[in-house]
Design a protein around this ligand. Structure first.
Ligand SMILES: Cc1cc2nc3c(=O)[nH]c(=O)nc-3n(C[C@H](O)[C@H](O)[C@H](O)COP(=O)(O)O)c2cc1C
Length: 201
């Protein structure tokens, strides 16, 4: 140590240059567009309202900790499902497969019949903890809420993962990117065993 004063790490807005801060604050639309570049999967977060299953489409899912296993979902404070999650203290996450876009739309409140109030007519099974899991989902998690964090206009529900089901590890997931659904291309090449048309090829 030479005794010279060391720079203290600075966190938060004070650490940002005015130029960057200005840009961050410039527009909510810009923020949304920037975050739209971040491709995600699509899930339906479900819970039980008494014995009635309820669900909502969510892409703001993050893996938070491995030990203990924790995830979080971010929900706009206005979401209809919040009182049911808070009352039950539990939620499940069904990660949708690429053929389940209709479930994403319905659980996001699309004007379809049967609608979200009828659980979109979706096939489901109770998981190990009794929470509703969508049949055909790529994977499911059953969680107990261990933390509820107020964050701006959203609420973050940190959930301890009590049970995991992998329905089909290789099934392609439904993706969401730039506010549109996205599917993984599966173009492949394979060796030809037969004789090629021209031996020189
Ligand atoms: C692909 C997709 C992802 C979404 N992700 C979230 C999310 O992470 N958090 C959230 O609060 N709403 C999210 N929404 C919006 C809600 O699903 C939708 O606005 C909601 O179901 C309307 O419910 P409400 O009547 O309770 O407002 C998403 C919608 C779509 C289509």
């Amino acid at each position: 140590m030479d005794g010279a004063p060391r720079d203290e790490p600075a966190f938060g807005p004070v650490a940002l240059s005015p130029r960057i801060l200005g840009r961050v604050n410039a527009s909510a639309a810009g923020f949304r567009t920037a975050m739209g570049q971040f491709a995600t999967g699509v899930t339906v977060v479900t819970t039980l309202d008494g014995d009635r299953p309820q669900g909502i489409t969510v892409n703001a899912l993050a893996s938070v900790s491995l030990d203990p296993p924790l995830v979080l979902v971010a929900l706009d404070r206005r979401r209809f499902i919040i009182p049911a999650i808070e009352a039950s203290g539990r939620y499940a996450v069904s990660i949708l497969g690429e053929d389940q876009q209709w479930l994403s739309d319905c659980f996001a409140g699309a004007n379809v019949t049967p609608g979200r109030d009828a659980f979109c007519g979706a096939d489901w099974d109770p998981g190990e903890t009794g929470l509703p899991l969508l049949r055909g989902a790529v994977a499911t998690l059953e969680c107990t809420v261990v933390n509820r964090i107020e964050a701006g206009d959203h609420l973050l529900f940190v959930g301890h993962v009590d049970a995991v089901r992998l329905q089909d590890e290789t099934a392609p997931p439904l993706l969401y990117h730039r506010r549109r659904y996205l599917r993984i291309e599966r173009a492949t090449t394979t060796t030809v065993a037969g004789k090629p048309e021209s031996p020189a090829d």
